[in-house]
Write a protein that binds this ligand. Structure first.
Ligand code: SF4
Ligand code: SF4
Length: 511
């Protein structure tokens, strides 16, 4: 690329985004040094159209095909991501392949075998209050010849909530929008994940706010896999039950998207080649145009000249938008997505297949010139391609993780020196479990954990109108470590005795 000095306004946007930092400004005019790889980042941000192609690449330049950017890497230079180097005409990775041993020192040790599982769970344990009293059950037993202690409590946690994952390409609402139960705010829409919309419900601020009781009930209902009804402000209504398909605006969502429209190009390229002269897979993240996409070009499929109204990212990949139309975009009629067909490439009479990343809908048209199209029946080969997408996409479901923080007072019912317990948990000398399930512990201070609610017995989560949600927690460690942390020696009971007592009153199995 090179800068046209007549057009450059000296805003500096290009220098800010250049991934290789080869653009600089002098006297308020940008210039591009050697090492430019034609990644086009600067072209996309220049408000003046001042950056123009420069075909003169040094001899020995290679083109990288490891991603859609397609960098042209001069000899001795790297591509835009700095991962690949042009070394004597060969594309080589700048970091060598790592073995497990190369990274092992960064990993936390595993928990020792004897403390892998708690001796009992906290489900049904009850709570001691105030916290300086020992936890309701502190049991001691022998595992693999080692004396092990498990202390359990049902801890009321003001810092608690659920993150709910809804597998769907449907738009539910803006990121950051309020999530309501009736008139009560219980959370917000958080960042979208691959093929799924995410809600963050609960949290200390909402639990202690005016809607706190409703928040606590909704969080524990979701954690216990009960059905809840929610609405998103200026968005969809939702009926959610962990483990079941989501119901959005009264419709059961059956399939989640297989990937974005660009991923679909790679996944189904041979099917698309036979399906039509052009295949457009509409998706709110990235919409794909097959013959312009690397996947189509790789198969030698001639470019159809189709260009979309969406903003182009890289060839054949267009950023989508959000709405209630095809592929979770605003597009109600796929044909309206075509901005132009370049007659240098397009052929009057060619066929275009439109579909979505779930394969739910398909529409086929024949080009009649300019921007006119005739709808035609979807051919058998096109139907096969769409069916491939449908069969590859997974069943939609709702999932949730419960998040809690027990870095506070609950720890002093376990040991006298709570910070020793926190440190031991992080160093894996003690193990926290939630109703027997192993959570993920956030690094850093405190004990903030996340657990898949489907690993915890239904009904194990409760709430108290302080308000807070209540989670069954178990802390397991060796007896030596327990005593070193200031464990309550006088409260230790033999696990064998407890088991005998439990058998005498009957047990309930996990469900
Ligand atoms: S973004 Fe465009 S106008 Fe701004 S400094 Fe770079 S070339 Fe000049
Ligand atoms: S993988 Fe890196 S070097 Fe290769 S085209 Fe993409 S950005 Fe450029």
């Amino acid at each position: 690329m090179r800068v046209d000095p007549e057009k450059c306004k000296g805003c500096g946007f290009c220098a800010e985004v250049c991934p290789l930092e080869v653009i600089s400004l002098s006297d308020k005019i940008a210039s591009i040094a050697t090492g430019c790889v034609d990644c086009q980042a600067c072209v996309k941000v220049c408000p003046a159209g001042a950056i123009v192609p420069d075909k003169a690449f040094p001899e020995g330049t290679i083109q990288c095909d490891a991603c859609p950017v397609g960098c042209r890497i001069p000899p001795g230079k790297t591509g835009a991501c700095r991962r690949f180097l042009n070394k004597d005409g060969q594309r080589v990775r700048t970091t060598r392949l790592h073995t497990y041993g190369d990274v092992a020192s960064l990993l936390k040790p595993l928990w020792a075998e004897p403390i892998q599982a708690p001796l009992i769970t906290g489900i049904g344990a009850g709570t001691t209050y105030p916290d300086y009293r020992p936890a309701p059950f502190i049991v001691k037993g022998e595992v693999d010849g080692v004396d092990v202690v498990t202390a359990v409590t049902e801890a009321p946690l003001s810092y608690s909530g659920v993150k709910v994952k809804i597998d769907t390409d449907e738009t539910v609402g803006e990121e950051g929008a309020d999530v309501l139960h009736g008139r009560h705010k219980v959370g917000h829409v958080t960042t979208e994940e691959y093929g799924s919309k995410m809600l963050s419900l609960g949290g200390a601020n909402l639990l202690t706010g005016k809607d706190g009781f409703v928040v606590a009930r909704i969080v524990s209902d979701i954690a216990n896999r009960r059905e809840v009804e929610l609405t998103i402000r200026d968005g969809a209504s939702l009926r959610l039950k962990v483990g079941n398909p989501p119901v959005i605006d009264g419709r059961v969502i059956e399939r989640m998207r297989v990937g974005c429209g660009s991923a679909s190009m790679g996944l189904f390229a041979p099917h698309f080649r036979d399906a039509a002269d052009e295949v457009v897979v509409i998706d709110s993240h990235v919409t794909g145009v097959f013959t312009e996409h690397t996947a189509g070009r790789y198969l030698g499929v001639p470019f159809s000249g189709v260009q979309l109204t969406f903003k182009k990212s890289t060839p054949g990949r267009y950023f989508g938008d959000h709405g209630k139309g095809w592929g979770g975009t605003s597009i109600e009629d796929p044909v309206s997505l075509i901005r132009e067909i370049d007659p240098k490439f397009g052929r009057v009479g060619m066929t275009i297949l439109f579909t979505e990343t779930t394969g739910k809908r398909a529409k086929m048209v024949r080009w009649k010139g300019d921007l006119t199209f005739e709808e035609i029946p979807v051919t058998e080969k096109a139907r096969d391609a769409v069916e491939q997408i449908r069969q590859t996409s997974q069943t939609s479901r709702v999932s949730a993780v419960y998040t809690g923080g027990c870095g506070g007072s609950a720890r002093v019912s376990i040991v006298l020196y709570p910070v020793r317990l926190t440190e031991a948990i992080h160093k894996r000398r003690a193990k926290l479990t939630v109703g027997g399930a192993t959570p993920f512990i956030f690094p850093g201070g405190g004990i903030t954990f996340m657990v898949d609610v489907e690993e915890v017995k239904t009904g194990a989560f409760t709430w108290v109108p302080t308000p807070a949600t209540v989670a069954p927690l178990e802390f397991t460690m060796t007896l030596d470590n327990y005593l070193e942390m200031g464990g309550y020696k006088e409260s230790l009971m033999d696990v064998e005795d407890l088991m005998k007592w439990l058998e005498s009153v009957g047990t309930e199995k996990q469900k």
